[in-house]
Design a protein around this ligand. Structure first.
Ligand SMILES: C[S@@+](CC[C@H](N)C(=O)[O-])C[C@H]1O[C@@H](n2cnc3c(N)ncnc32)[C@H](O)[C@@H]1O
Length: 325
C-alpha cells in the first residue's frame, strides 16, 4: 500500500472511500478508515443528527454539506453551553425537551435566502395567464374565493409580493373576490421576521418605486410592510414533511413552493409533491423555483410552459383545446 501510495497522482472521496489513481486511472478504492483517513469520516453522532433532521423535516445533508449541519449544531451547543457533540445528540434524541431542541436546531440550519419579486417572469406569467384562467374556472361558482399558498415562505417576502401583485395588478379582475394568502414555513425565527415585516436593502432590491411608495412605510434605513399589503396574508408554522398536518391542507388555487425542495431528497420530495397534488383544486397551479423540476419525482402533474416560466397542473385535468401548453 505504501509503495502504491507513493505513486498516487490524485485522491478523491466517494462515499467514504478513497479512490486511488495511478497514471490518471482509478485502479482501486479503499475505505477511508483503512487508508488512514479516519479523521475525514463524519462523526457517528453527526450522522445520527443528520438522520434525526431528515426524519423530522425531510431535509437531507449529503456528506459534502455536513459542515453546515455541524456549524448549526455548534451554535446550539454554545447557546446551551454543551461541550461535546455526543451530549448534544442526546439533547435531540433522549432528553425530555428533545422536541423543543429539534425546533431550535431547525431554526439554525434552514436556509432562508429570499427577496421581494424574486422571480419576475414567474410573477408576470402568474398575473397575466394563470390568474385569468383560475378566475374563469371559478366564475360559475357561487363563492368567489381565491386561495394561494406560499409553502416555505421564509421571512415573508414571497407572500407579501403575491399580495401586492394581487392588489396592484389584479384589482379589476378580482373585484368582489375574497383572496387569502396562506404563508407557511418550518423556521419560527423566519416567521417572526415575516410578522414584523421590516426589510433591509438586500430583500427590497427588486422593488419597483410604485410598490415601495404604496405598500411600505420607511423605518430608518429599512422598509416596513404596511397594513394594506399585510391584509389577508396569514402566516403559520408548518413542516412540509408532517404528513398528518399536510393532509389538512385543502382547496388551493395556486401553490408557490419555490427553492424549498432543493434541500430534500427524492423520497421526501415525492411525499410533499403528492400532498400538493391532493391540496390543489382541479384547475390549480403549482410553481417551483427556477432551477427545480418534477422530472423523475412525480408523473401525475403535467408541465405547462408559460412565457418565461413553467408551472405544473394536475395531469387529470382535461386539455382545453391545447391552450394549456
Ligand atoms: C430558500 S428559502 C425559499 C423562500 C421563498 N420560497 C423564495 O423562493 O424566495 C427555503 C425555505 O424553506 C423552508 N423549509 C425547509 N424545509 C422545510 C420544511 N420541511 N417545511 C417547511 N419549510 C421548510 C426554510 O425554512 C426556508 O425558509
Amino acid at each position: 500500500m505504501r509503495c502504491v501510495a507513493s505513486r498516487l497522482h490524485q485522491l478523491g472521496e466517494l462515499q467514504n472511500r478513497v479512490l486511488i489513481f495511478l497514471e490518471g486511472l482509478c485502479v482501486t478504492t479503499v475505505p477511508l478508515i483503512r487508508a488512514g483517513f479516519a479523521e475525514l469520516l463524519p462523526k457517528p453522532e453527526l450522522v445520527h443528527i443528520r438522520d434525526v433532521i431528515y426524519q423530522a423535516a425531510g431535509i437531507f445533508h449529503p456528506d459534502n454539506k455536513l459542515r453546515l449541519l455541524l456549524d448549526g449544531c455548534g451554535r446550539r451547543m454554545s447557546e446551551l453551553r454543551i461541550a461535546s457533540l455526543q451530549e448534544y445528540c442526546d439533547c435531540l434524541t433522549v432528553k425530555s425537551n428533545r422536541q423543543e431542541e429539534l425546533v431550535a436546531l431547525l431554526n439554525e440550519i434552514t436556509i432562508g435566502e429570499t427577496s421581494f419579486f424574486r422571480n419576475q417572469q414567474q410573477l408576470d406569467a402568474f398575473k397575466s395567464i394563470v390568474l385569468p384562467r383560475i378566475i374563469q374556472a371559478k366564475s360559475p361558482l357561487p363563492i368567489r374565493q381565491l386561495r394561494i399558498w406560499s409553502a416555505g415562505c421564509s421571512t415573508g417576502e414571497e407572500p407579501y409580493t403575491l399580495r401586492m401583485l394581487l392588489l396592484e395588478e389584479a384589482g379589476p379582475q378580482l373585484g368582489g373576490w375574497n383572496t387569502e394568502i396562506l404563508a407557511t414555513d418550518l423556521n419560527q425565527r423566519s416567521l417572526a421576521h415575516a410578522h414584523e415585516g421590516i426589510y433591509g436593502s438586500h430583500s427590497t432590491r427588486n422593488l419597483a418605486a410604485i410598490y415601495r411608495s404604496k405598500y411600505f412605510t420607511p423605518l430608518g434605513d429599512k422598509l416596513q410592510v404596511n397594513a394594506q399589503a399585510r391584509s389577508n396574508v396569514n402566516f403559520g408554522r408548518l413542516n412540509l414533511s408532517d404528513d398528518s398536518r399536510m393532509t389538512f391542507m385543502k382547496n388551493m388555487d395556486a401553490i408557490f413552493c419555490c427553492n424549498v425542495l432543493i434541500y430534500f431528497d427524492l423520497a421526501s420530495k415525492r411525499r410533499v409533491i403528492q400532498h400538493f397534488f391532493n391540496t390543489l383544486l382541479p384547475h390549480g397551479y403549482l410553481f417551483l423555483g427556477r432551477s427545480e423540476s418534477l422530472y423523475g419525482v412525480n408523473d401525475e402533474f403535467r408541465l405547462v410552459h408559460l412565457p418565461g416560466a413553467t408551472a405544473y397542473v394536475r395531469g387529470d385535468r382535461p386539455l382545453t383545446g391545447g391552450k394549456l401548453r
